[in-house]
Design a protein around this ligand. Structure first.
Ligand SMILES: N[C@H](CCC[C@H](N)C(=O)O)C(=O)O
Length: 285
């Protein structure tokens, strides 16, 4: 089945909107469309009041590496391009597997070439990693112990930092329900040690294979789910010696993701869904 993007005319551009655990995305196919998106367009399209509404805008592009079925570019709601998004990867992989009739594809992203495969009618698995533990990868402005970051904000203490295509820090807390992330995470996200900012997770280890997680994403918002954050929380639990298992269920505000750790890779499995499709007006770039 081919994915029916509506026809684009003039300034109107066809989109498909999808969500992965309510982390929602406005997706455009640029494989045969040279027009880019200006920052004000991205901001307006992602805003529910002026556009479609989404946590990120995604574009599907022609791949530049052999073996990749397509490439995906990812833009935050402030128009800044970022290099990874786990939930978006599942959504776009699903769309492209429907288009091609394939059960697995390689998707090129700024954060690497990602192996994606069907795990159910509306379930997709993605291999994310290798997860970087070097301070230079995040990046951090100076050498620090990445498993014990030298900063704190309220209940957020003794965090760990990782690169999984994008930068994350995760803090284990006693009780997530009592952790006001929107109050304490901005000081971490904007800490001078993180010249490119960072996605900030608060995780509660419920039992050795169950984590509750909330993520304050760049550029400064709580999302209903964060796939890369879930992988990093599971990886951090193991590296910090809090758990010895390889298989975790990570419960995000909108529901669970299954994470399997294989060496320094994380295989994330979770749902995808279509929201709507249509056209939106753009100035273009
Ligand atoms: N929600 C996404 C992560 C987006 C991260 C992005 N906000 C950044 O600035 O790196 C996920 O499912 O992995």
């Amino acid at each position: 089945m081919s994915v029916a993007f509506p026809a684009s005319h003039g300034r109107s551009r066809a989109f498909v909107k999808m969500h992965g655990l309510r982390n929602h995305f406005v997706i455009f196919d640029r494989r045969d469309d040279p027009r880019g998106f200006a920052v004000p367009d991205i901001v307006r399209i992602c805003d529910t009041h002026t556009g479609v509404g989404g946590d990120q805008l995604l574009t599907i592009e022609k791949p530049s590496v052999t073996g990749a079925y397509a490439a995906m570019r990812i833009f935050n709601i402030d128009g800044r391009e970022v290099s990874a998004c786990g939930n978006a990867t599942r959504c776009v992989a699903h769309l492209l597997m429907e288009e091609s009739g394939r059960r697995d594809i390689l998707l090129e992203t700024g954060g690497g070439l990602l192996a994606c495969r069907r795990a159910g009618a509306m379930q997709v698995s993605v291999e994310l990693g290798p997860i970087g533990t070097d301070w230079r990868a995040l990046p951090v402005a100076q050498e620090v112990d990445m498993l014990h970051l030298p900063m704190e904000s309220g209940p957020l203490r003794d965090g760990a930092g990782f690169w999984i295509g994008n930068p994350h820090v995760v803090f284990f807390v006693e009780r997530l329900a009592e952790t006001d992330l929107s109050r304490f995470a901005p000081a971490i996200q904007n800490h001078p040690l993180f010249p490119e900012g960072v996605n900030v997770g608060a995780a509660e280890l419920v039992d050795p294979r169950t984590i509750r997680l909330a993520v304050w994403e760049r550029p400064g918002m709580l999302t209903q789910a964060c796939g890369t954050g879930a992988c990093v929380a599971a990886f951090a639990a193991r590296l910090k010696g809090l758990s010895k298992t390889n298989r975790f269920t990570v419960h995000l505000p909108a529901g669970p993701l299954e994470i399997e750790l294989v060496g320094d890779m994380a295989v994330m499995t979770g749902p995808v869904a279509y929201c709507c499709r249509g056209t939106v007006e753009c100035e273009g770039a």
